[in-house]
Design a protein. Structure first.
Length: 59
């Protein structure tokens, strides 16, 4: 088991059943959609939208 911090920026949204693995960072005002997976150590840019498993840009 691995333990580390997860940084969720101001105004960021994580959809229901979403998972963020340790050491990840989600930027301010970013949306991660429902049932999405943010991988370990990933840095999701601020002001963007993502979804999927693993996440990819939401178009």
């Amino acid at each position: 088991m691995s333990i580390d911090t997860v940084d969720l920026g101001a105004g960021a949204t994580l959809g229901p059943h979403g998972v963020v693995l340790p050491a990840a960072r989600i930027g301010a005002h970013t949306t991660v959609g429902p049932a999405s997976l943010v991988m370990r150590g990933e840095d999701v840019p601020e002001g963007t939208r993502w979804f999927g498993n693993p996440i990819s840009p939401w178009r």
